[in-house]
Write a protein that binds this ligand. Structure first.
Ligand SMILES: [Zn+2]
Ligand SMILES: [Zn+2]
Length: 787
C-alpha cells in the first residue's frame, strides 16, 4: 500500500499574486468572484451544527453570505505520482501533482461551482517577459550592477563619452563615433554601471549580404541555397553555417525592433486621436514540425505557434512558439535543483500547520521552478545530453585505441561524473517527481525547452493586448482548451468595462475545393434572389450589407449534435460547456471566403447580449429578434481567414515551414530532408517573414472584415491592340473596370501612414530600414546614433 502525503489546504498552496494579474480566480465574468482572490479570513465551519453556526456568523461577516472570495480546493487526480527515493526510500508515497479550485460564490440558491486548475502567476510572468523581449533580443543594454534596462528608463542613464570611429564614406557624409558609453546614474561608481553601446551591424563585413539573406528567406530558399548564394564569388568558398545563423538572428532582431518602434508610434497616434478604436483579431494555433538536429534520429518535434492577425488589414501582430530557446536543459536542471555544493534543492515544499505540525511534500508543478516547461522532456533532454557525451567519448577511444584499453584517468573521471549525473537526474525525474517516460530521450542536441502551451497562450494574448490601441477588442479563434483557461483572466479589465468580445468558430476544413466553391455559389445565388425580392417589396434604398444581415438572421439556427436515437448533444468541446460561457452555438448560413458550414460560439460578448444568451440551454432556439440580429452580425465578421492567408503564404514561401506530409496541420508529420533545423532558427525565420509580409510586400486584400477598397475603379479609356502580323495598332476600349489595390498590411492598418505629398504609396526599401538603431527608438541614444 502506498501512503498518501498529508492533506493540504488552499491557504497553504495558493500561489503568489502579481500586482495586476492573477490566473487563480473564478473565470466567469458574471460571477462576483471574477478576478477576486480567495479571502482566507472567511471562517470555515465544520462538524456539528455547521450550517446553523455559519448562518449566525453570516450576520456579522457579509462574505459568508455572498461567498465573496470563497473557494474550495481539491486534488487534481489526473496527475497522480509516486515518490520512492530520498526520504521516501522503502516507504513510497503517492501524491497528486496539481490542485483544482472551485468557486463558491453564491448564485441564486446555489454556488457558482466553476472549477479550474491552479497555475503559477510567476511562470506566466516569466513567459510574458520572454515573449515581450522576443527571447531577450529586444532587451537592450542592462546595468551590470542592478539589472535596470536602459529601454525601461533611459532618463536614469547619462552619457559618458564615445568610443571608436566610423570613417566617412558610403551613406555616411561625415565620420562619427561607432559607439557610446552610458552610466546608470543610481549605480555610478559600482562595477558594471558603465556600459558601452554600439550597433551590431558595424561588425558586418558585407552589408549587402544582409538584404540578400532577407530575400532568400522570404523567397523560400533553404539554408543550403543561402550558403551557396553568399559564397565568395572568387573562391566559391561557402559561408559558415554559424555565421549565417548569426546574420539571421541579427535580421530578426533588427526587424522586430523596427516593427516595435513603428507599432508604438501607431498606438500613440491612435490613442491621441481620441477616435473610438475597435480591433478585430483573428487567432489560430499552428503546428510546425522541426527536424531534430541529429542525423541519427530522424524524427520531428511539433512546435505550437500562436498567431494573431488583424481582420481588417491582415496585419499579423505576433507569432509565438511554445519553445524557449534560451534554456540549456543540463544547466537549467542543475541550477534549479542542485545547490552550489551539489545538494538537492527545490524538491520539497515545507508546510507548517496551525496545530504546530510541520511537514514537507514534493513540490507541485505550479511550485516547481521548471513548472513553466514541459518537464518530462526537459529532464529527458538533460539526461540525454550526458548519455550522448559518454557515448561519443567512448566511441572515439574505442575507434582509435581498440576495446579493452584503459582510458586516461581524467577522461575516465569525466565519464564517471556523467554516470553520476545521469543517476541523479533519473532519481529526481522518475524517482521523486514521477515524470513519465518520454520517447524523446535522445532529443536535445540544441538548446531550449518546450513550454507548456497554456503559459505561452496567456503570455501571447497579454502581449497582444498591450500592443493594441485603447478601445474595444474582438478576438476570434477556434475551439482551444488552453484559451478557456486564460482568456477571461488576460482580458479581465476589458471584460469588466464591456470592451471585449471573444468568438469561437469552426468550419468545414476537410471539404474539397470544388465542393466548397459550389457551396459558396449556391449561397450567393440564394442571397441574390433574396435581395431582388426584398428590394421589390421594400424599396431600393436597402444596402447590400443590410440585406445580407437580414438574410442570415432569418436563416441562422442553433447548432447541436444529434445522436442516433434523437438525443441532442452540445456542439462545443467539453471545455466550452462550462457555465461561465453561453451554451448556445449558432450555425450561420453564410458560405463565403473559403470558410463554409460555419458554426460560431460566443464565450464572451457584450453584457447586453450575454445575459439573455446565457439564460438559454444549448439546444434552444434564439427567438429575440434583436439578439438574433446581434449574433448574425458577429457571425458574419467572425473569421480566422487573415491567419490562414498568412500561414499558407508562409508555407508556400519559406522552406522550413512546409508542411510535412498530409494537408492537415496535425496529421502525421514525416522527416523533411534539407529542413534541418534548430527551433531558434525556425522562430527567427517566421518572425523575419512576418515583418516582411506586414511591411514590405504590397498585396490585394479581401475578406469578410476587410476594409472596403480592395479594388479601385479604372478610368474609362482606350488601350492599344496590335493587329497580328503587322506593325499597325488599333484602339480598343479598356476591358477592366477595376484594378486591385496593392497595399501592405501595415499601410491598411495605418501603421505605415500615407504621406502628405500624395504620391503613390510604396513599401519601404529594406536597405533604408535595416541599418537604423530601431532598438533605441524614442530614447536619447536613438538621436546620438542617427545624427
Ligand atoms: Zn464563480
Ligand atoms: Zn544600476
Amino acid at each position: 500500500m502506498v501512503k498518501k502525503i498529508q492533506q493540504l489546504n488552499l491557504p497553504e498552496v495558493y500561489p503568489a499574486i502579481l500586482e495586476d494579474f492573477n490566473l487563480n480566480t473564478c473565470g466567469d465574468p458574471d460571477c462576483g468572484n471574477f478576478g477576486v482572490a480567495p479571502n482566507f479570513s472567511i471562517p470555515v465551519f465544520k462538524g456539528r451544527n455547521a450550517s446553523e453556526r455559519k448562518q449566525v456568523a453570516a450576520a456579522s461577516i457579509p462574505a459568508l453570505a455572498t461567498g465573496l472570495g470563497a473557494y474550495t480546493m481539491s486534488s487534481d487526480d489526473h496527475n497522480t505520482r509516486i515518490s520512492e527515493v530520498f526520504e521516501y526510500e522503502g516507504n513510497p508515497v503517492g501524491w497528486d501533482d496539481g490542485r483544482t479550485m472551485e468557486c463558491s460564490h453564491q448564485r441564486g440558491n446555489d454556488v457558482c461551482g466553476i472549477t479550474f486548475s491552479i497555475l503559477s502567476n510567476e511562470h506566466f510572468l516569466e513567459e510574458y517577459t520572454r515573449l515581450l523581449l522576443a527571447g531577450g533580443c529586444l532587451e537592450g543594454p542592462v546595468c551590470g550592477a542592478c539589472g535596470a534596462r536602459y529601454l525601461d528608463n533611459p532618463d536614469e542613464f547619462i552619457f559618458n563619452g564615445t568610443h571608436g570611429k566610423l570613417v566617412a564614406g558610403g551613406n555616411r557624409r561625415k565620420a562619427k563615433p561607432s559607439g557610446f558609453r552610458i552610466i546608470h546614474r543610481p549605480c555610478k561608481g559600482k562595477a558594471g554601471a558603465r556600459i558601452s553601446v554600439s550597433l551590431d551591424h558595424q561588425a558586418h563585413q558585407e552589408l549587402r549580404d544582409n538584404v540578400r539573406i532577407l530575400r532568400c528567406i522570404v523567397n523560400g530558399d533553404s539554408i543550403t541555397t543561402m550558403r551557396r548564394v553568399l559564397a565568395d564569388p572568387d573562391t566559391g568558398k561557402k559561408i559558415g553555417v554559424s555565421r549565417l545563423y548569426s546574420r539571421i538572428f541579427w535580421l530578426e532582431k533588427t526587424l522586430l525592433a523596427f516593427e516595435r518602434a513603428k507599432l508604438k508610434e501607431w498606438k500613440q497616434r491612435e490613442d491621441a486621436s481620441g477616435r473610438f478604436k475597435h480591433m478585430r483579431i483573428a487567432h489560430d494555433d499552428v503546428t510546425i514540425s522541426v527536424n531534430w538536429e541529429s542525423r541519427l534520429d530522424r524524427r520531428l518535434t511539433p512546435l505550437q505557434f500562436s498567431v494573431s492577425a488583424d481582420i481588417r488589414s491582415g496585419y499579423v501582430f505576433r507569432i509565438d512558439a511554445n519553445f524557449d530557446p534560451n534554456v540549456d536543459p543540463v544547466e537549467f536542471v542543475e541550477q534549479h535543483y542542485l545547490s552550489d555544493t551539489g545538494q538537492l534543492a527545490n524538491l520539497r515544499q515545507q508546510y507548517s500547520q496551525k496545530s504546530g505540525i510541520t511537514f514537507t511534500a514534493p513540490k507541485m508543478h505550479f511550485q516547481r521552478p521548471s513548472g513553466r516547461l514541459d518537464e518530462p522532456m526537459l529532464f529527458a533532454s538533460a539526461e540525454g545530453r550526458w548519455r550522448v557525451f559518454s557515448e561519443r567519448v567512448q566511441n572515439a577511444y574505442e575507434k582509435s585505441k581498440g576495446t579493452g584499453v584503459a582510458l586516461p584517468p581524467d577522461v575516465q573521471e569525466k565519464l564517471n561524473e556523467a554516470e553520476d549525473k545521469r543517476f541523479q537526474l533519473d532519481q529526481i525525474r522518475q524517482g521523486y517527481f514521477g515524470f513519465h517516460d518520454t520517447d524523446r530521450d535522445y532529443r536535445g542536441s540544441f538548446n531550449g525547452s518546450v513550454v507548456k502551451p497554456t503559459y505561452t497562450k496567456a503570455a501571447h494574448l497579454a502581449c497582444l493586448r498591450d500592443m493594441l490601441p485603447k478601445g474595444k477588442i474582438t478576438l476570434v479563434g477556434e475551439q482551444e482548451a488552453a484559451m478557456v483557461r486564460v482568456v477571461p483572466h488576460v482580458f479581465r479589465d476589458m471584460i469588466n468595462d464591456d470592451m471585449f468580445e471573444w468568438f469561437v468558430i469552426s468550419f468545414d476544413k476537410e471539404v474539397s475545393a470544388p465542393k466548397n466553391k459550389a457551396r459558396m455559389a449556391q449561397f450567393a445565388e440564394a442571397l441574390e434572389a433574396f435581395k431582388e425580392k426584398a428590394r421589390a417589396t421594400l424599396g431600393d434604398d436597402l444596402s447590400d450589407r443590410d440585406l445580407l444581415e437580414q438574410f442570415c438572421t432569418q436563416r441562422m439556427s442553433t447548432a447541436y449534435i444529434e445522436g442516433r436515437n434523437g438525443t441532442k448533444y452540445p456542439y462545443s468541446i467539453a471545455n466550452f460547456q462550462s457555465r461561465q460561457f453561453p451554451q448556445i452555438w449558432i450555425r450561420t448560413p453564410a458560405q463565403y471566403y473559403g470558410e463554409t458550414q460555419k458554426v460560431v460560439g460566443f464565450p464572451v460578448l457584450r453584457k447586453k447580449y450575454r445575459d439573455p444568451l446565457k439564460k438559454l440551454a444549448f439546444d434552444q432556439k434564439v427567438h429575440d429578434p434583436e439578439l438574433r440580429a446581434a449574433l448574425t452580425r458577429r457571425a458574419l465578421r467572425a473569421t480566422i481567414q487573415p491567419v490562414s492567408t498568412f500561414m499558407s503564404s508562409l508555407r508556400r514561401r519559406t522552406s522550413p515551414s512546409k508542411r510535412a506530409g498530409g494537408k492537415g496541420a496535425r496529421t502525421g508529420p514525416a522527416y523533411i530532408n534539407g529542413a534541418v533545423f534548430n527551433p531558434a532558427v525556425l522562430m527567427a525565420f517566421l518572425n523575419i517573414f512576418r515583418v516582411y509580409y506586414n511591411w514590405f510586400e504590397p498585396r490585394q486584400y479581401k475578406g469578410p472584415g476587410a476594409t472596403s477598397g480592395s479594388e479601385a475603379p479604372v478610368a474609362e479609356g482606350l488601350s492599344a491592340g496590335r493587329v497580328p502580323g503587322t506593325k499597325e495598332t488599333i484602339e480598343v476600349p479598356k476591358l477592366a473596370t477595376t484594378s486591385p489595390v496593392m497595399l501592405t498590411p501595415a499601410m491598411r492598418l495605418g501603421a505605415d501612414p500615407e504621406k502628405a505629398n500624395g504620391r503613390p504609396r510604396k513599401a519601404p526599401d529594406p536597405r533604408r530600414v535595416l541599418y537604423r538603431p530601431w532598438l533605441y527608438h524614442g530614447t536619447p541614444l536613438w538621436r546620438k546614433f542617427e545624427d
